[in-house]
Design a protein around this ligand. Sequence first.
Ligand SMILES: [Zn+2]
Length: 307
Amino acid sequence: MATALITHADCMKHEMGEFHPERPERLSAIHDQLIVSGIAGFVEHHDAPFAKMSELARVHTAEYIETIRMAVPRHGIVHLDPDTAMCPHTWNAALRAAGAAVLATDLVIGKRAENAFCAVRPPGHHATRHRSMGFCIFNNVAVAAKHALEHHGLERVAVADFDVHHGNGTEDIFSHDERVLMVGTFQHPFYPYSGADNPAPNMANVPLPAGTGSQGFREAVEYVWLPALERFQPRMIFISAGFDAHVEDDMAMLRFTESDYGWVTTQLKAIADRYAQGRIVSVLEGGYALSALGRSAVMHLRALGGF
Ligand SMILES: [Zn+2]
């Protein structure tokens, strides 16, 4: 079985304005680095389907989904908040992004792929049950995790989030849900200024001060994530794969390198091999320095695929 790479051309058409950092070129940067690194031929490519309304509705309220659908502009760009906007192609892109995560889950649980990475946008981990924010519209990773729990009947799943920003949307959706353990690292204090105060018992959050590099990240994973995952024994692991904590990414002030992304992926893979039949679905979140994003995604995929 191969590692699946799921994306769709519609995800390139979503635009939030000429100077917005969450831009289509992010996906081209990943694609280009896959080719340059020689690993494009080792992954199995799939086109993302549209997520079904019933799949989105496991995570978001019907009112919220309808509000987004109605807000899609015919021309130009409409802002949902100062950071998050929609163009005429956004609805399709958002459905493909969530649909990629659902397909990835089906492929991995159905043993048609060893594990999977979804190179999609818009990202998802800031989207709460009833609110878009921080470039995110639908919470792709949460849609996938709920699909594993409620469609496939897995008993419990883990979500690991190493984006530089706290995954407040995913936390909103899964707080106090005993079927889910979320482990996260994020710069703090920093946008969205959450995650550090009194999280639910199923949240293993590690706020990291600005300037934290490889050593601080790896200690957080070794001393907090891995013991929590060992205790929880997840039947599947979902990754919110944001690469914006990279030292070259000036969105924030953490100092990770691409080798850290390979390392953390290897750690998560070991847990998945022990408790979850190797099942991992990873979904792209942030990462705005194009070269660093592409190189980091390659290290992540190399670790997932073992090549
Ligand atoms: Zn981020």
